[in-house]
Design a protein around this ligand. Sequence first.
Ligand code: TRP
Length: 443
Amino acid sequence: MANAPREQWSSRTGFVLAAVGSAVGLGNMWRFSYLTAEHGGAAFVILYLGVTLLVGLPVLLAELTVGRGSQRSPIAALRHYGGRAWTPLGVVFVAAGFLILAYYGVIAGWTLRYGMMAIFGGYAGAADHFEEIAQGPDAFAFHLVFMAITIGIVAGGVKAGIERTATLLMPLLFLMVAGLAVHAALLPGAEEGYAYYLDTDFSGFFSREVLTQAAGQAFFSLSLGMGAMMTYASYLGRDQNLPTGSVVIAGADVAIAFLAGLVVFPMIFALGLSAKVGSSTVGALFITLPEAFAGMGGVGRVVGLIFFAMLAVGALTSAISLLEVVVSAAIDSLGWGRRRAALLAGGAITLLGAPAAWSLGALDVMDQVANNIFLLGGGLVLSLFVGWRMQDPVGEAGAGAEGVRWFFLWRALLRFVVPAVLLYVLIDAVPGTLRAVLALITA
Ligand code: TRP
């Protein structure tokens, strides 16, 4: 393997912004608020916080530890600490990157299209045409545009491409979310939206189904279970404090998800569209909100533009991290140059997005397979790896974090709690997901 000096982030802030950029995306702004409303409001938020703290955070620190310690992309990193037997897990991570980015790029393409609607013609009638907008050659074309931008940035490298984009866009994204939350708060009728979002119903609190949703959401939102955070940490020096980094990343991710809910629900309820909220998973964002924007007149076009620009920005910094997993693996394992890797891997992923661009059903199944099988399964095996197989994870995690006293707790969570929770939800989620795949194929 060639030993060109490995690329590095130029600063700690650059790394944190890139990692937060990976975490904050469509998952926060749409999936989180929708799931919260469906599964008991504040009760789901509490459960989600618990899962993030006890399962998400330990796995995040595990990924950062393996990446930074090995200074390698996931396939090589796992082999470095575990020997050849662990190579397949790295390969599964790369496959997950292919699968997730393929449909993620399609949804991101919708956000570009809905953003442009603000400029060309406005949102009147858009709600009724969601299915046509979301499926077909146009949907593929916008996916293509989005993927081209993603490929261009990843080809630019860790510092000049990924870090620069995150440093530029993440503060902007935060301003957009905060500004929209203030705007939403001032709408008459906003209280009803808050009530729907945060009204507590503890009835389904401990069901396996809700726990599965909360765990899947925690993994998806924190970009865990497929080596994305591992890859980003591999460009980090040993003097950096990983525990602090992981807490900052998870905190920012949860905060933005919560804020996004404070944007979405008041807007929907202020316009009296509440009946439509529960009708479809994609509904809240791409059907109900455009209708809300149409109802606001000229202001709605400005708000809509900001809203979909925010989504597109979040999607872009997340897509970059997904592609980087595949690209870094091709660079390390195949010896390819970065540009070539970005172009070929990105091109293949774009094509793999075709089924999702032509069929909402296929997109939904790809999302289920990615979450319920790849991410939760990847997280399970990874927690076992770092908890039981890796030689000295506490020593690796502790470099640059002298004085941190809770590593024993971290290790105990990785060894017992994380595998137990993930096994519990996987037993239920895997058969259900496979049935969904079968139903799609035989349909
Ligand atoms: N976390 C991103 C979101 O919430 C999506 C994402 C980026 C992701 N990289 C990932 C999900 C890696 C799983 C794995 O939208």
